[in-house]
Design a protein around this ligand. Structure first.
Ligand code: AHG
Ligand code: MN
Ligand code: MN
Ligand code: MN
Length: 335
């Protein structure tokens, strides 16, 4: 009979975390794996609501604005509420920073983690059916802390885990718990995230650049020069110039960058001196993922993103991240 191709030994997210935990930190209390289980429930529930958005009139604006000044879409608010409830009921999270919450949330109970999240990233695109996502970064509370803003105004290097879930054709989770980057795909029938891309490495070079050139009037001259030079035939790419790819949802643009290589940027400019992307729940998690996949992430001065210490929870930074070779090429224009 022909060979059945039934996979009988799938690795779910839960199994992956337990094995990772056992191998890396045998004495670990399993708290992080419990936290990640609460996180994955939030992703499944948000994915479920996004799929039904048009059916249950979840498209469109909520008629409010958040502390970053963004117009809040209905799904921004729903995603935020789902996330807050999932973190509160986890009993593992003590502190929560959300793009959609002006202030830090400190939960009752004894959780030992602080979570920073962008519950719906790319929401300006959501009515057009473009992939959006949830971004998260996790700190372990400082030993002497009962949960305060001091647990999150820290360098990105202190994050113990980070990732995003992109809600595209399927829900795709990219995660690092301090080691390699692994991709998981949600099997809707099983209701499980299945390991589909183990130990992802970003290509070292790729002739793709991803930036909103609609801001180029406000860029400093050295950035204009760098982007202009990418448009010339490139000897190292067989005489071809770079391709421009910009979706406008950071999660979708970073997902492509990890898989294909290239460089993504939201530069600071004369109009926004710290750029647009928020450090704690956009720059740090993406910088951690890209570095763990073998890439690099710097600010407009060429300083490592993860070495920044934010002063307040919605602080922004200019950011350049992607293939190591491409970031190194960028650095030659600003040094
Ligand atoms: P959010 O939807 O969470 O507010 O984030 C939007 C961000 C990010 O997803 C994207 O890279 C950037 O905004 C796009 O900004 P522009 O439309 O100004 O290019
Ligand atoms: Mn927003
Ligand atoms: Mn965002
Ligand atoms: Mn958002």
């Amino acid at each position: 009979s022909e060979k059945m191709n039934v996979e009988t030994d799938i690795i779910t997210l839960t199994r992956y975390i337990l094995s990772e935990q056992k191998s890396k930190a045998p004495q670990a209390s399993g708290e992080l794996s419990l936290l990640l289980n609460s996180l994955q429930f939030a992703f499944k529930f948000i994915a479920h609501n996004i799929r039904r958005a048009e059916l249950i009139n979840l498209i469109g604006i909520n008629g409010s604005a958040n502390s970053s000044g963004d117009v809040q879409k209905k799904l921004d608010v729903i995603g935020d509420e789902i996330f807050i409830n999932a973190m509160k009921s986890s009993n593992n999270v003590k502190v929560l920073v959300s793009e959609e919450q002006e202030d830090l949330i400190v939960f009752e109970g004894g959780g030992r983690y602080a979570v920073c999240t962008d519950p719906i990233d790319g929401s300006s695109n959501i009515d057009a059916g473009v992939s959006v996502g949830t971004i998260f970064g996790i700190y372990r509370l400082k030993d002497d802390s009962q949960g305060s803003i001091k647990d999150v105004l820290r360098k990105g290097t202190e994050m113990v885990a980070a990732g995003y879930t992109m809600y595209g054709a399927s829900a795709h989770l990219m995660l690092t718990v301090g080691g390699s980057v692994n991709g998981f795909t949600l099997d809707n029938q099983l209701g499980e995230f299945i390991l589909t891309q183990p130990d992802l490495r970003i290509p070292d070079k790729r002739n793709i650049y991803s930036v909103n050139e609609g801001n180029s009037y406000y860029w400093p001259d050295n950035i204009k020069q760098y982007i202009d030079d990418l448009k010339k035939p490139q000897e190292e790419f067989g005489g071809k110039p770079y391709s421009a790819r910009y979706i406008g949802s950071m999660v979708a643009d970073i997902h492509r960058t990890i898989l294909y290589g290239g460089i993504f940027s939201y530069p600071a400019d004369k109009k926004s001196k710290n750029g647009k992307l928020r450090i704690l729940y956009e720059c740090f998690p993406m910088a951690m993922l890209i570095e763990k996949a073998g890439g690099a992430a710097v600010n407009d001065k060429g300083e490592r993103i993860l070495e920044i210490t934010p002063k307040s929870i919605h602080d922004r930074s200019g950011i350049w991240l992607g293939s190591k070779g491409e970031v190194e090429k960028f650095l030659t224009y600003i040094k």
